[in-house]
Design a protein around this ligand. Sequence first.
Ligand code: CUA
Length: 326
Amino acid sequence: MLVFLGLEPSVPPGVTPFVTIRSIIPFNDLFALIMFLAVAVSMMVLLILGYLLARFRARDDEAIPEQSHGNRRLEIAWTAIPALIIAALFTYMLIGMFQGPTPGNVGAHGQDPDIIVIGHQWWWEVRYPKNGNVVTANEVHIPVGKRLIVNLTSADVQHTFWVPQLSQKMDLIPGHINYIYLDAAAAGNYQGACAEFCGLQHAGMRILLVAEPQAQFDAWLAAQRGAAQVPSSDPQVQRGQQVFSQSACANCHAIAGTAYAGNAAPDLTNFSTRQTIASGVLPHTPANLKRFLRDPQAVKPGVQMPNFRLNDADLDALVAYLESLK
Ligand code: CUA
């Protein structure tokens, strides 16, 4: 639709510039059609109005014009045409509703979700229930050319999942599941964001969607599965692990294969593989991670991660530990 209006936002580096033309009747195209019809009808009405105002304007020397008391044919026409347009749009919408990923459709075909996305203030929990229950955060990987069923829900307030190039907006509502299809025709990194105001860091709730060839996706998934591989020999990493457990990080964060099983904050099992930190607020580099851990509020005001006031050496150790998680 943005392309249709010539308003497509500029494409960030590393992002494949393309828009899916969807194979099923989609909500995006229905919106485009309604917009097109509304603009066309408005233009027509304004043009006719303008012509009539000019053509039949009052002139000094004219007597009272001929008085009209209705025109049955005209009235039938201007009732019937809009009724037909609305009936056609309604039919189109019904087809779209029944072809879309509704609970009825997905349930009727016995289709379980490929991905579960859970909104949190202010990050995304991403689960792959069909694949060893891989859990990650803020970075959604999908295989190219495959249509996935995504379940959306929320752990706290209402959020909206939106990756504009790949799907329509869909709300994440606590205690309720919504569905979307996700598919990408071309590999690339697609940017997305929360599209429903959800608090202080609504804008700091970015989505990175990585579409990759099936083999690459499978390799990513295999790497995410199971326990974190922690090289235990490095003293810096060991010290970082101590800082992690003593600073109560584990109350909120989980790391598979360890005793840390908090679920209020992003799972860190494969933390080092992620491209961004703080839900897309910063690119993932050790320096940025240190900056975030030193003063979370300075990087992401409102973030619920406390400031443990760690000294520089502890920060370096903690960064080393987190960067060892893969
Ligand atoms: Cu989550 Cu806005």
